[in-house]
Design a protein around this ligand. Structure first.
Ligand SMILES: *Cc1c(COP(=O)(O)O)cnc(C)c1O
Length: 382
């Protein structure tokens, strides 16, 4: 058996495809809309027009495929945002298809189905960890189950292998939103999923400076050609500079995420003992209802957690407003820790508790984050 490199090694070299003209070790962002033909009419680099192909984008898509697929060949199609990738997957379904969603799906997915696909696709929301609820939601038109584990913002877990088996038995595709875990913590295709979607905006690019998305399938999966057609023909493409920044971010994903997991575990333990906190949702805690599943399914417990303030909505909002190290903003996966009150971000569609705050752990020192959360909590109850 040839030695297969670990993902860390792959990532450390992401985008290091020397430029054939200058020898530049790092592939430069290729900022062009079109490519010149040779005298014989052929395209020497194989690229014709930027909507259909770009070298920086190709390097990113290859890296994501290698990360997600392990040994099995995969195809990744990138898009201008995570939601554009979600949209492309949903657009690939026949008109009239029915989709099953988790109760606490990323709110944009439910809003997209309800507003953009209104009249084209129908959907039912269920408690995804309950296969009996899935049985009840299944219709002859069901084509897709959408899963997100850990979920947002409640950190509920879904057993992906069991879900994939259910989907295979019913002849339904399984899509997994892998944004919160990245392929380093969870590889849904290995567990039987048909497609994995990422918001590259979050951990993958990792510096809160771009918007991007991707969808990955096993090579030859019928969804692959559909996704590529949406990219080429509808044109919701990821621009070359964002591809380049994502490749640059990916080179440190393994070290960033390892540190974020470690710090999140400290902060979750600290909050779970805090008198002003009623509940902490983090799969690494022994008290998490699906902790054993987390140990089996995930290679690390992630950098995301949420907690419920032992008080009112106003006190929860007050905590979010008075942290100084944690910044009050939506999004996640950057180097700076973020805190937010999901119920007010999500508006009327929300299922988030009114006292719940979601935290994305960044790269600050754990003690500074704990001291900051402590002063913000105590200030609300003085
Ligand atoms: C952010 C996010 C999305 C949407 O991605 P964008 O890049 O913002 O379009 C989808 N799913 C999850 C879980 C997310 O966190």
């Amino acid at each position: 058996m040839p030695h297969r490199h670990h993902p860390d090694t792959l990532l450390a070299h992401a985008g290091c495809t020397p430029d054939p003209i200058t020898g530049s070790l790092i592939l430069p962002p290729v900022l062009t809309s079109t490519y010149e033909r040779a005298a014989d009419g052929t395209y020497p680099g194989g690229f014709i027009y930027a909507r259909t192909g770009n070298p920086t984008r190709a390097a990113l898509e290859e890296t994501l495929s290698a990360l997600e697929g392990g040994d099995a060949p995969c195809e990744t199609v990138t898009f201008g945002s995570g939601m554009a990738a979600v949209h492309a997957v949903l657009q690939s379904l026949p008109n009239g298809s029915h989709v099953i969603l988790p109760n606490d799906v990323y709110y944009g997915v439910r809003a997209l189905l309800g507003q953009v696909f209104e009249g084209t696709l129908s959907f039912t929301s269920v408690e995804m960890s309950d296969l009996a609820a899935l049985d009840a939601a299944l219709t002859p038109q069901t084509r897709l189950v959408w899963a997100e584990t850990p979920s947002n913002p409640m950190l509920h877990l879904t057993d992906l292998a069991a879900l994939a088996q259910w989907c295979a038995e019913k002849g339904v595709w399984l899509a997994v939103d892998g944004t919160w875990t990245t392929p380093l913590l969870q590889r849904p295709l290995d567990l039987g999923a048909d497609v994995v979607v990422h918001s590259l905006t979050k951990y993958m690019a990792g510096h809160s400076d771009i918007l991007g998305g991707s969808a990955t399938v096993r090579a030859g999966h019928p969804l692959g050609a559909k996704l590529r057609a949406v990219q080429h023909l509808a044109g919701p493409v990821l621009d070359p500079f964002s591809c380049w920044l994502t490749l640059r971010g990916l080179r440190t994903l393994h070290v960033r995420l390892a540190r974020q997991c470690e710090t999140a575990a400290h902060v979750a333990a600290f909050l779970s003992h805090h008198p002003r906190v009623s509940r902490v949702h983090y799969p690494g805690l022994l008290s998490h209802p699906a902790h054993t599943l987390a140990v089996r399914q995930m290679a690390g417990f992630g950098g995301m957690l949420s907690f419920e303030v032992a008080g009112s909505r106003a006190q929860a909002l007050g905590v979010a407003a008075s942290t100084r190290v944690l910044r009050q903003a939506t999004s996640l996966g950057g180097t700076e820790s973020l805190i937010e009150h999901r119920a007010s971000v999500e508006g009327i569609l929300t299922r988030a508790p009114e006292t719940l705050l979601r935290v994305s752990i960044g790269l600050e020192h754990a003690e500074d984050l704990m001291a900051d959360l402590n002063q913000a909590l105590l200030a609300q109850f003085s």
